[in-house]
Write a protein that binds this ligand. Structure first.
Ligand code: ZN
Length: 344
């Protein structure tokens, strides 16, 4: 099969086109002919060499696949050849205490295809997928749109509904409106009946955020974030902050919370070593919540909403598989609105 492999940890130049043996679907698995694979910031971190990812080189990146079934492994019943599916990217044992408690990412053997646990990803023509991780595509979704859903919508769903327990009528501050994760968060927060304030350094991205349902926007920077939130909430401040930017904004984002407010974070694209004034956290009784991914039931719930058209994937740009390094440069530069996708 055609694939793009990471040959060395470092820059996008180490993503190289290659021809590899076709994967063979194991028991309970199907072979998916990958038609589209969305990029995530996780791809950039793994490419640069993320400690603890257990990735061995050469490695196939890619967490978010969509395609059609071309072969069935032993015992993979009830799936039609030619069926169109996206893929739940998480992998867990389904037997340990964490898995039985629906905390899949807490599983000691948790993995993410293309990223954690040495699992090959979807920068390739073919991918073996357990049948219980297939997400059936309605005719209304293209492969490119379908690939743009799983990881970011699952992560944003878990962050807002499970971690931050967002309630109708609450105000959410969504930081960095152009990111795929924020595109998901704005829509999920609106669906939950919340009021959304979105921020971006780009006025075009703020327009995009309004198009997705954001009620208010803040052009930050240059606008002062805390002052703008105070003005827009008439001094009440936000109930929840949705964060993934990290060092550039974290302390200011905490100051945007009301007393007993919750900040939920899944990333640190601007840098991970942020300084926090703890006096602010305890005296205002703030919650700082960390989150990655979500469980299979949450994936199915958020997928159903996307399949019904109630949550909409937003695609910035699609590149042919062999141009994976250009796609990485696009995502790394931060100019995108929505998902960057590879097509194979
Ligand atoms: Zn487990």
């Amino acid at each position: 099969m055609r694939a793009v492999v990471l040959t060395k940890f470092g820059g996008p130049q180490y993503l190289e086109a290659a021809t590899l043996p076709d994967p063979v679907p194991g028991p309970g698995e199907v072979l998916l002919r990958v038609r589209a694979c969305a990029l995530n910031h996780l791809d950039l971190w793994i490419r640069a060499g993320l400690p603890g990812s257990k990735v061995k080189l050469p490695h196939i990146l890619g967490c978010d696949a969509a395609g059609e079934v071309v072969a069935l492994g032993p015992g993979a019943e009830g799936v039609a050849l030619g069926g169109r599916f996206a893929v739940h990217p998480g992998r867990s044992c389904a037997r340990c205490d964490a898995c039985r408690d629906a905390r899949d990412p807490d599983c000691p053997s948790y993995g993410i295809i293309g990223a954690y646990g040495g699992l090959p990803g979807a920068y390739a023509e073919l991918l073996a997928v357990p049948i219980e991780h297939l997400l059936s595509m309605p005719d209304s979704l293209s492969f490119i749109d379908a690939a743009a859903v799983p990881l970011t919508f699952l992560t944003a769903w878990h962050m807002l509904t499970t971690s931050a327990r967002l309630r109708p009528g609450e105000t959410v501050l969504v930081v960095g409106a152009g990111a795929g994760i924020s595109v998901a968060a704005i829509q999920i927060a609106k669906l939950a009946g919340a009021r959304v304030i979105a921020t971006s350094t780009s006025k075009e991205k703020l327009e995009g955020a309004r198009g997705l349902g954001a009620d208010e926007t803040i052009h930050h920077p240059p606008e002062d974030l805390v002052r703008a939130v105070r003005r827009l909430t008439k001094g009440r401040m936000a109930d929840v902050v949705f964060e993934h930017v990290g060092v550039a904004v974290l302390m200011e984002a905490l100051k945007c919370l009301r007393p007993s407010g919750r900040l939920v974070t899944c990333g640190a694209t601007s840098g991970a070593l942020a300084e926090i004034d703890l006096r602010y956290v305890f005296s205002r009784r703030l919650s700082l919540l960390g989150s990655t991914m979500g469980n299979l039931a949450e994936m199915r719930r958020v997928w159903a909403l996307a399949a019904e058209g109630r949550l909409k994937p937003v695609v910035d740009r699609a590149y042919p598989l062999e141009q994976a390094s250009q796609a990485h440069e696009r995502l790394e530069a931060g100019g995108q609105f929505g998902k960057v996708v590879l097509t194979a």
